[in-house]
Ligand binder design. Structure first.
Ligand SMILES: [Zn+2]
Length: 368
């Protein structure tokens, strides 16, 4: 049955981080079989390949070696995926950032993965401007946008900054807004997201509310905000509350909504959608989704996969997980339709046709 869910037609994946979408073993295969690629693939040379911990000025790069590849392969084989996720995430992020790889391999893999999983359209969270050339030098954002441009009918970008220091992020976003304004690249970008830490004492959105509100107004942009992700954390609830006040198109994760019905009222009034990521929330926060909650608020929910590689999971598995928890097929159909609302030129008739094919196979399998 799990396999069959790959065939479930999925209008869109609306919460997924760009660098975690293509399975790591697909990337490793490229590197192993392509010596030419290996000879120009640079990785961070310090701290055992872990790029994330090394955003320092004196960071240097080196060519990937056979030993590095062995090490990565061993890590990939380890069963405790979650423990190695951060490390692997850092390593592969370092590889994907190579603009050569990004442009000539990664973007193409995205399309084949979409086809494999029957996903029509994606909105990726991505920090633009992180790519490097073969000497470790930064690639101008405009070149990255040019590489992304041909794919705009398949996927678009929600620009994300990882640091979430208000001043830095606003400066970074402003840079991109000014760069794309009035150009063809505007069509690649849906909007902007801040990922503020929620376990500190102060809520990011509360703290910077006015600055963020003014920034949005001044630049006529849309927000898609990560908020309310940490269960039973008061700061996370406050953060969610202020995120809602910023009128985003959607809110990422937001699992604290389920315990705070008054916030749901605001969400419904403002027609904000919740990007629920069932497997991610379970894996990272041991958050058990209550199916009754999903049913109760189904009109405002879409399903996302967040970080596909963290557990070797993907959007198909998120839908399968919901089914496994007992969510009836009519509700799964509703969630899929919701996700179609964000697809440019969504064709409901076409979708219904494919869904029916899936549904017949599903019923047949269920009888067995
Ligand atoms: Zn996320």
């Amino acid at each position: 049955m799990e396999k069959l869910f790959q065939e479930l037609p999925k209008p869109s994946n609306l919460h997924v981080h760009f660098s975690t979408f293509v399975p790591y073993d697909v990337i490793l295969k490229d590197i192993k079989k392509n010596k030419d690629l290996r000879d120009r693939l640079y990785i961070s040379s310090t701290q055992e390949l872990n790029f994330c911990k090394n955003r320092k000025k004196n960071m240097s790069y080196k060519l990937i070696t056979e030993q590095d590849i062995d090490k990565i392969e061993k890590l990939l084989k380890r069963k405790d995926k979650l423990k190695t996720f951060v490390l692997l995430g850092g390593i592969f992020y370092g590889i994907i950032k190579n603009f050569d790889y990004y442009k000539n391999f990664y973007l193409k893999h995205i399309l084949s993965q979409m086809k494999l999983q029957k996903i029509q359209y994606i909105e990726f969270r991505l920090r633009l401007g992180s790519c490097i050339d073969q000497h470790g030098k930064n690639i101008p954002i405009i070149e990255e946008l040019e590489a992304l441009y041909p794919y705009r009918k398949h996927f678009r970008i929600i620009v994300q900054d990882n640091k979430s220091k208000e001043k830095d992020s606003l400066h970074y976003f402003q840079n991109i807004i000014d760069l794309v304004r009035g150009t063809k690249y505007e069509s690649i970008i849906c909007g902007y997201d801040f990922v503020g830490s929620e376990d500190k004492k102060k809520s990011f959105f509360q703290q910077h509310f006015h600055a963020l509100q003014n920034f949005k107004k001044k630049n006529h942009i849309q927000y898609y905000l990560h908020a309310g992700e940490v269960p039973n954390q008061p700061t996370s609830v406050t953060n969610l509350d202020y995120a809602i006040r910023l009128n985003p198109i959607r809110i990422g994760h937001g699992i604290n909504l389920f315990k705070h019905p008054h916030l749901w009222k605001d969400i419904q009034k403002k027609n904000i959608y919740l990007e629920n990521c069932p497997i991610s929330n379970y894996v990272f926060f041991k958050y058990h989704l209550d199916i009754q909650n999903i049913i109760q608020y189904i009109d405002q929910i879409v399903i996302g996969s967040d970080d596909d590689n963290k557990f070797g999971s993907n959007l198909s598995m998120d839908y399968f997980y919901l089914h496994h928890l007992g969510l009836e097929m009519k509700y799964i159909y509703q969630l899929l339709l919701n996700s179609g609302k964000f697809v440019p030129h969504f064709n409901k008739k076409e979708f219904d046709k494919h869904f029916l094919i899936f549904y017949k196979k599903y019923l047949k399998l269920k009888k067995k």
